[in-house]
Design a protein around this ligand. Sequence first.
Ligand code: TNX
Length: 491
Amino acid sequence: MPEIAVVPRPVSATALPGGPFVIAPGTPVLVDPSAELVTVAVLAADLVGRLIDGPVEVRHHESGVVGAIRLRLSETLPAGDEAYRVVVGRSGVLVEARTAAGLVHGVVTVRQLARHATDGTVQVPAVHVEDAPRYAWRGLSLDLARHFFGPAELRLVVGLLAHYKLNVLHLHLTDDQGWRLEIPSRPHLTERSSASAVGGGPGGFLTAAEFADLVAYAQVRGVTVVPEIDVPGHVNAALHAYGELTPDGRAPDAYTGVEVGFSRLHGDLPATAPFLADVLGDVAAMTAGPWVHIGGDEALTMDRAEYARLVTQAAQVVRAHGKQVVGWQEIAHAPLEPGAVVQYWDDRVGARADRDAVVAAARAGAHVLLSPGQHTYLDMVYDASTPLGQDWAGAIELRDAYEWEPSTLVPGLPPEQVIGVEAALWTETLATLPELTQMLLPRLAAVAEVAWTAPERRDWDGFRERVAGQGAFWDRLGLSWYASPQVRWLR
Ligand code: TNX
């Protein structure tokens, strides 16, 4: 196993002469006394404590302490808020960054470097790492609507994101099959439409307080939550809760199948605009991050003009609450403000009109988030023998999730408009945490490296060697994962 097996691969990682640092009981985390840094230090102490299976103390900087893990803000790092440096020697570990988010990345790197030696100690090899991400947006979109996953499962997912330096958790909170976030101004949404899911129940939803806790938990780990309220299609759960959103005023039955594209809002109904204003206004107010996702995909029964009107209405509410709009690629057919983020997903031949619209929107100033189905849709099967998942975008083995280049994926797309890369996990076929992690791992690590590491530092053979040690980490966490035959796993 190579000594410096960090995923995603850092900008530079150099082995230093000299012995490793041994993390022992009593090794403290040292940090300057500021509220922001104490939060990172507590996180670091928790992660290191789990490595050595004992408590780790956080202390304020003192001179003369040897054998410590020090966290320090520093202006001497190169470009970017998320840049960090890690230097490990026999006498200690130093993590430096410009921001708390950068320090979290450094701590994760230390955690990945740590080894359980045969003498029972935990050792970090002597290294010098300099690192910063390629893309600002490195995400995972998770579908809570088809099957619901609750706070404990979501915290685990946030931890995995942070471990691979991903910084966005996009939650698909609403769809035909269920409504998963309490909306204070529209209580019927969860009262009437949260108990359904694909194949029946039990469904579930996040209360406003649970959502706030999750947003805070993610924030400490450098992860921004982007909530998605999918309109104007994929709205059966909303229509089931509020019948006045349908032309005949009657609420449709709850839906537990897996078809897409049949449900819709109606631009000419008086109830529609207040619904958008209430729901998106509440969601914007509940969100710490700068983005609200308005969906916009697969409104297959609506003409272009009405679609554009409804997307514009939704976008106006989001902007009026001080947030930037994100939407699936179809919103590129509607007029967009500069700064809007368009999420490219369907790269099949039949979606070429969408692709042209995405390119045109990007040329007019929109940012593009890349979630190509054939590489990043982690609900796709690995191969023909995968028991769960779909295959409309093909089979995605680990190498398919790894070997693609964001800047040339979409012909004609100005590379500087690409804001980042996001994996997507749709849950029509996934109902339990083991099923979820089986699809995420190891492909999440591959997409993370595509998003973080510059192309000249990426190669499949290097990745398969470095990712080989991650299986043992997933085993330690008790997670189910797919042992791709493309890697010689170290277990
Ligand atoms: C397409 S991706 C969808 C989802 C499905 C997914 C299944 C997108 C914007 N729409 O509604 O869950 O395929 O793979």
